[in-house]
Design a protein. Sequence first.
Length: 248
Amino acid sequence: MRQLRAAWRLLRVLLHVLHGVAIVLLMFRWLDLAGRRRRVQWWAARMLRVAGATLQGQGTPRPGGTLLVINHISWLDIVAIHALCPQARFVSKADVKRWPVLNRLVDAADTLYLERERRRDAMRVVHHMGEALAAGDTVAVFPEGTTGLGHELLPFHANLLQAAIATGTPVQPVALRFSDDHDEVSRAVAYVGDTTLIQSLWWVACADGLRAKVSFLSPIGSEHADRRALAERLRGEIAAALPPADAA
């Protein structure tokens, strides 16, 4: 029965992805910015539901130009954030542009792409991030640079924080955790190592009582900050907001 339930969830997820692509291709050109964001939020919230997950939000995203700094666990991170903050423009690895079907959804969310293999590309992305922040956009980054298991934070890379410092934009740390009926830190969501997207989708579909908690913490000023010191402070704020992995 559990596998049957998981197969049904996975089918609904795939249909919802196709529904999202249809919205992007057929409707987005006719919608204003507010209308697009409402669609992004609706689609993300429903994606969590059809995958069998519930969402708990704490705090609120800062309005106006803000850099969101988030711990990274899974592809579901972006879905959870967009369900609460649809205006967030994520910085993502350029590989995503080559994903079939899903790349349409990623593009529709005004994603900024980073070519990790090109050392100088970070400078280009920081420049575009600065322009977006100065224009009042919300930009979101994962400073760990890769996904972790969720039990503890990886070191934070400071390079992309320069966009906030250069524009004097506040930085808002966001603590993200997935749990389920069996684990305080859900193993079903882990997307690390050689895990494929298909494997991850199946594990998520199999999870019992999957829960996503997103905590928007107090914004921190960045003007004239040292980026490495700021990265360490942000890492500490997020770590303090996450309960111990073995907490009940």
